[in-house]
Ligand binder design. Structure first.
Ligand SMILES: C[S@@+](CC[C@H](N)C(=O)[O-])C[C@H]1O[C@@H](n2cnc3c(N)ncnc32)[C@H](O)[C@@H]1O
Length: 369
């Protein structure tokens, strides 16, 4: 149905502000048109499922942890004296374009993570020596979630997120003796955490064999091993204080994901913590806004989350995820209700921050009950 044109509801006499005013008759016509349109929409099958991107707008802001700091970044940065910080800054300024490109014209020198990353990227030996950071970038053919200058000190954002989540969940990295990065790829997060907390016995596993081989050869700060698509892992019962998994349960077919929760339960000592991220409702909004999923599919996922609590599609196809082929590995969205129902009372959920990972994935912290 055609919408009444605006000219029909305006009179020609200008208002005090010089703009046309609506007449009463025009307003009544418009109200009648709106009412008819509403009735027609209700009568149509599928009505109420709007198709525009804004129809699915999530208005809740992303959650935050009870504790928000930059613990891993600070642990590394604070090993530098003032003179050493100045020396790294000078080195960055002496590299054509580096300062302008990464720090802009403002006071970005205060950004500690940026100084560590760009300093490592341009090859400051002093920085590597003082912090224990390793500047080794996997080649293009080896899987890595990020590359380049902003990953030259590892994944500081994710490292800080893991430690913040652990702290918010009542844990203390100072008491962690052994930890596992489950699904570590080529070890970008372990590069930061291994350097920041060298007293921990760090482990990393992933089914992507070339990524694990590269990490084994280049990152002596952790023990890496290739894992299978399904449990178990070659680690002893109750041998770990901390397990973290970034963007892993966002890929498991839900029943496979439950099997892996069982394995994590076996590996954690009493009082240990599991920090993991997964897609939830905030991710539906995130991908829709970014144009990465259609409005129709976003509605499908949203409905599945409300009705069943989980949505899964084996989206990697025949080639798999960088050669790792497994029908139980695709894209998953999970609601907090589903997770709580499945996990409790075997687990206690000690922290939940919806959308906290990049304003996209939800972060959970669990403890074996
Ligand atoms: C989205 S990436 C995240 C990598 C890493 N956590 C990070 O943040 O850099 C997903 C990783 O999970 C790995 N993966 C695939 N199947 C897996 C499985 N069954 N168990 C654990 N990890 C798996 C992939 O090889 C890939 O390295």
């Amino acid at each position: 149905m055609a919408r009444p044109s605006d000219s029909l509801v305006r009179v020609s006499t200008p208002s005090a502000a010089g703009r046309p005013r609506k007449t009463l008759a025009g307003a009544a016509r418009r109200a009648a048109w709106l009412a008819r349109r509403t009735l027609e929409r209700r009568a149509r099958p599928g009505a109420g499922i709007a198709s525009g991107p804004n129809a699915l707008r999530r208005e809740l802001p992303p959650g935050r942890f009870a504790v928000e700091r930059e613990p891993a970044t600070n642990a590394l940065y604070e090993r530098l004296s003032e003179q050493e910080v100045t020396a790294v800054e000078q080195l960055i300024r002496a590299t054509p374009g580096a300062w302008e490109h990464y720090f802009g014209i403002a006071d970005r020198a205060t950004d500690r993570g940026l100084l560590l990353s760009v300093g490592m990227w341009i090859g400051s030996e002093e920085l590597a020596e003082r912090t224990g950071l390793i500047r080794a970038e996997p080649p293009e053919e080896v899987h890595a979630m990020s590359r380049g200058a902003l990953t030259a000190a590892g994944a500081l954002y994710e490292a800080d997120m893991v430690i913040n989540a652990l702290t918010a969940g009542g844990g203390d990295i100072g008491e962690v003796r052994a930890a596992l990065d489950f699904g570590c790829s080529s070890g970008r997060v372990l590069r930061s955490l291994g350097a920041a907390y060298p007293g921990v016995d760090w482990h990393g596993c992933d089914p992507n064999v070339p990524a694990i081989e590269w990490a084994q050869a280049n990152l002596p700060l952790a023990r890496f091993f290739a894992s299978g698509a399904a449990p178990p892992l070659p680690l002893e019962d109750s041998s770990l204080d901390l397990i973290y998994a970034i963007s892993i349960w966002s890929h498991f077919e839900p029943s496979r994901g439950l099997d892996w929760f069982g394995e994590m339960h076996r590996l954690l000592r009493p009082g240990g913590h599991l920090v993991f991220t997964t897609h939830g409702l905030t991710s539906v909004d995130h991908y829709l806004k970014a144009g990465l999923r259609s409005s129709e599919q976003s509605h499908e996922i949203e409905r599945a989350l409300y009705r069943r609590g989980a949505w899964y599609a084996a989206e990697f196809g025949e080639k798999g995820d960088w050669g790792v082929t497994d029908p139980g590995w695709g894209t998953a969205f999970l609601s907090p209700e589903w997770l709580l129902t499945q996990l409790c009372p075997r687990w206690r959920v000690v922290e939940f921050a919806p959308g906290r990972n990049q304003d996209n994935q939800d972060v959970y912290v669990l403890q074996p009950a």
